[in-house]
Design a protein around this ligand. Structure first.
Ligand code: KG4
Ligand code: ZN
Length: 346
């Protein structure tokens, strides 16, 4: 039995969790900073970093208390070390290094996006890999060939905005607030998804890459008039706004579902995993469920609790890395990008 403490501070959630054997989630404390950033319409890195610093120790203490375990009972400490906001990541990485050192237990530096990739496995009795995985979040929109948790190969990624980012920007254009995903989903329930034929980027070419900046601009011009960036919102009725939200959501989900199916076909597999904050969206979940059922593909969606950023998925992924023989060193650093480059060269 392996009890892993997970720590997550890559963006605007301070989170800590205790997970046994990558599946048994004993605690998952998530302190969201949405209230701090809402008035700015997006995450302000300095505010996020300060909030992590002020709360990480209480969040870790709460995760241990909720799980009913003491630090001595922790077998390894896993932490998001990349990608993300470096001034945020560094809070969690420093805390994890200190804790791992103090209890003499292994440290596991976890790629946050890889943790989203394997997050659907938390609620499964058996390992679902090999599989194709789609991660749709505020920072990433990527397709992966998941051979196993230590061998995750990129198949396609966004060439510009991430899908969640597009939800957030479209919500801002429509004056619906931050975070945009839930606001768009809510507004879309009252709209017609066929009302406006927004562009479905890069579908025809058979590529596994994504692009979401074009549809964002299409929504902007639809609201204000071609080539204009202001003046239209005041004239927009509630019904029209709902139609835009529903049509935007339908267009991006169409692309996400079709490209996910294409990736499974290209990989020659029969299993799809899906995780990341945008997978909290019921219409996307339903779209993937229908497409996979029609194509005879086994679909494993991340539980909603593990879609938006959380430390349970970090602990679970750390466990899988440990099982594969990986351990990080105490000179591990925080990195903004997914690759391994050092921000501060030694
Ligand atoms: O995975 P996540 O918590 O953070 C990153 O790693 O980026 O994803 C956050 C993103 C935000 O852009 C948010 O608007 C989006 O997930 N999101 C949603 C929904 N809930 C959250 N997007 C669409 N529909 C939702 N219900
Ligand atoms: Zn994330």
């Amino acid at each position: 039995m392996m009890t892993v403490l997970g720590i997550e501070t890559s963006c605007d959630e301070t989170s800590a969790a205790v997970v046994i054997d990558g599946r048994d989630v004993r605690s998952n404390v998530v302190l969201s900073q949405v209230d701090l950033h809402g008035k700015y319409g997006g995450v302000v890195p300095e505010i996020a970093s300060r909030a992590h610093l002020e709360t990480f120790d209480q969040v870790i203490a709460a995760a241990l208390a909720d799980a009913g375990v003491s630090l001595d009972e922790i077998d390894a400490v896993a932490v998001s070390s990349r990608p993300g906001l470096v001034i945020c990541l560094v809070i969690g990485v420093t805390a994890a290094k200190a804790l791992a050192w103090s209890i003499g237990k292994p440290l596991l530096a976890v790629n946050h996006v890889h943790a989203h990739v394997t997050s659907p496995a938390i609620t499964l009795a058996d390992a679902p890999w090999p599989a194709v995985a789609v991660v749709v979040s505020g920072g990433h929109t990527s397709l992966y060939h998941l051979r196993d948790p230590a061998r995750i190969e990129l198949m396609g990624a966004t060439t510009d905005d991430a899908c969640g980012e597009a939800f957030d920007k479209v919500s801002s254009i429509l004056g619906l607030g931050y975070p945009g995903g839930p606001a768009i989903e809510q507004a879309a329930t009252k709209g017609n998804p066929q009302a406006i034929d927004f562009p479905r980027a890069m579908l025809k070419r058979g590529s596994l890459d994504f692009s979401f900046s074009g549809i964002k601009t299409a929504v902007l011009y639809h609201v204000h008039g071609y080539g204009k960036t202001s003046g239209g919102l005041e004239k927009l009725s509630g019904g029209k706004s709902a139609d835009i939200a529903a049509s935007f959501q339908a267009a991006v989900i169409d692309v996400l579902v079709k490209k996910s199916m294409l990736a499974v076909a290209q990989a020659g597999g029969d299993t799809l995993l899906a995780g990341g904050g945008v997978l909290a969206n019921s219409v996307l979940r339903g779209g993937l469920q229908n497409a996979c059922a029609n194509a005879g593909i086994a679909l494993h969606l991340a539980d909603r609790a593990y879609c938006t950023d959380n430390a349970a998925m970090i602990a679970a992924h750390g466990y899988h890395l440990l099982q594969a023989g990986h351990v990080s060193q105490l000179n591990e650093d925080a990195h903004s990008a997914e690759t391994n480059e050092l921000i501060f060269a030694p």
